[in-house]
Design a protein around this ligand. Structure first.
Ligand SMILES: *[C@@H]1O[C@H](CO)[C@@H](O)[C@H](O)[C@H]1NC(C)=O
Ligand SMILES: *[C@@H]1O[C@H](CO)[C@@H](O)[C@H](O)[C@H]1NC(C)=O
Ligand SMILES: *[C@@H]1O[C@H](CO)[C@@H](O)[C@H](O)[C@H]1NC(C)=O
Ligand SMILES: *[C@@H]1O[C@H](CO)[C@@H](O)[C@H](O)[C@H]1NC(C)=O
Length: 417
């Protein structure tokens, strides 16, 4: 009996080991096949698609939640010093003084090293070469206020960093129109200054500044025909005192009461929505609306902050909620499908990412004098570059490839399902 049982145990051990070996071989085979499969895909995708294999990996359905959707805007900030920032400010000669924090002497750079991660999926890294390929032959326009200019500068620096400087054309000196061109790709990325989207008209005789809520800004003639449009508005509607840009509001040739701004804002958003529905061919054009960029003033004051806020409930919203609701109601109720870049919450965490007093190039005296009274001089509205707007553009890029156009959805179906 004893011998038999030893034999029995040995045999069991033996078969168990073979089973493990067998299992490992199968596993190895599978991974190899997977690698081959991926390699084949990478090859098959060039030259139309220059996705890195890392980004290709992210396109698999496993990166989506059960509903097959990924909310790019719900997530958290993760400290990732490797690979961040995506470009150097010294490599982007047209970066404006307003946001060139390093060049202006900001002593800490940790704010450049955070990465946004979504709860539902892994967000692809911004891949400038792939983005250039996707934009080949296209016109991209960003229309809005200085926060959209901030985003334009970021997008242009991201793309510029991936091409030889001799193959780029940049005109950034004019305040109301800026353009970047990537010659080899026939791409143009334009910025139109239009903080209200509707028309601000100065009457030459009376010098009265009239904000016409039912008439779109004159530059809208140039918006027409662009392939990708990114709009924003909001900040200038709430300016008061010396920053208020209009004297009277006009609707249907009549003056409008401006003691409450909500009704005027609602009409202006409708005016914009009607223009989009009438002038945009969705087969050709993708329209984005970027949500309000949060400020860190008052209780959220940004000066001296070097880390993102951990606890979101400690952020006290400054921007009026009814205006945000108007924007969301408008963009979700249109004939044209609008992609809403809902970056407000993720940006609220970034108390550390504003220029504060470092907004003037090499003017040490000015910075020193600003440092004496940061409570009045710190800029807690715009964002340092490289910095947060690079993430907005990464999400613009991600929403182009993940939620994607028809072709990329088909691509997902064909390849993985
Ligand atoms: C470049 O793109 C524009 C549209 O942005 C198009 O009208 C033009 O034909 C293109 N040129 C070439 C050479 O592809
Ligand atoms: C929209 O654009 C597509 C592709 O360019 C074109 O085939 C279609 O006729 C356009 N539709 C309208 C209403 O202009
Ligand atoms: C900002 O930080 C510096 C250095 O840590 C400190 O000396 C200064 O008092 C701080 N200023 C304010 C207003 O918190
Ligand atoms: C935008 O994000 C906020 C908070 O993250 C959320 O409450 C809101 O519903 C979102 N808006 C839309 C239109 O998805």
């Amino acid at each position: 009996m004893e011998t038999l049982s030893i034999f029995d145990r040995k045999w069991k051990l033996c078969s168990f080991t073979s089973l493990i070996i067998c299992f490992n071989i199968i596993l190895l085979r599978l991974t190899n096949l997977q690698n081959l499969h991926d390699a084949f895909l990478t090859l098959a995708l060039t030259p139309n698609n220059y996705l890195t294999s890392e980004n290709l990996e992210l396109l698999k359905p496993s990166t989506y939640n059960e509903k097959g959707k990924c909310n790019l805007f719900e997530g958290r900030w993760v400290y990732k010093p490797m690979g961040n920032p995506l470009y150097r400010s010294s490599k982007c000669p047209f970066l404006s003084d307003q946001v060139s924090c390093r060049r202006n002497g900001r002593p800490d750079f940790e704010y450049e090293k955070w990465s946004w991660e979504a709860n539902d999926c892994r967000i692809p890294r911004f891949d400038a070469i792939d983005m250039l390929e996707r934009l080949r032959g296209k016109r991209v326009i960003l229309v809005g206020d200085s926060l959209n200019r901030n985003q334009w500068e970021s997008l242009v620096c991201l793309l510029y960093s991936a091409i030889p400087s001799s193959r780029a054309h940049v005109n950034f000196r004019e305040g109301s129109y800026k353009v970047f061109k990537a010659k080899d790709y026939n791409i143009s990325v334009e910025f139109y200054w239009s903080p209200f989207l509707v028309q601000l008209h100065s009457n030459k005789e009376t010098t009265t500044r009239v904000l016409r809520v039912d008439k779109l800004d004159g530059s809208s003639r140039q918006w027409q025909g662009a392939d990708i449009m990114v709009f924003n508005t909001g900040h200038w509607w709430v300016h008061r005192g010396k920053f208020k840009a209009w004297d009277v509001l006009q609707y249907n040739r009549k003056l409008m009461d401006d003691t409450k701004i909500e009704p005027a804002f609602e009409i202006a958003m409708k005016t914009w929505a009607n223009w989009v529905d009438k002038n945009v061919n969705s087969t050709r054009t993708t329209v984005f609306f970027r949500s309000i960029s949060p400020e860190h003033k008052g209780e959220n004051w940004c000066f001296n902050e070097t880390k993102p806020i951990k606890d979101e409930s400690s952020y006290v919203p400054v921007f009026p909620k009814p205006l945000v609701e108007t924007v969301e109601r408008t963009v979700t109720g249109m004939k044209t499908q609008i992609r809403y870049l809902n970056i407000t919450k993720l940006s609220q965490y970034r108390i550390d990412a504003h220029p504060t007093v470092y907004t003037t190039r090499k003017d040490k005296q000015l910075i020193e004098s600003k440092l004496k009274t940061p409570e009045v001089t710190a800029d807690c509205s715009h964002w340092c570059l490289p910095g947060l707007p690079d993430t907005w553009n990464r999400l613009l890029y991600a929403s182009m490839i993940l939620e994607g156009s028809e072709t990329s959805t088909n691509y997902l179906h064909e390849v993985f399902w």
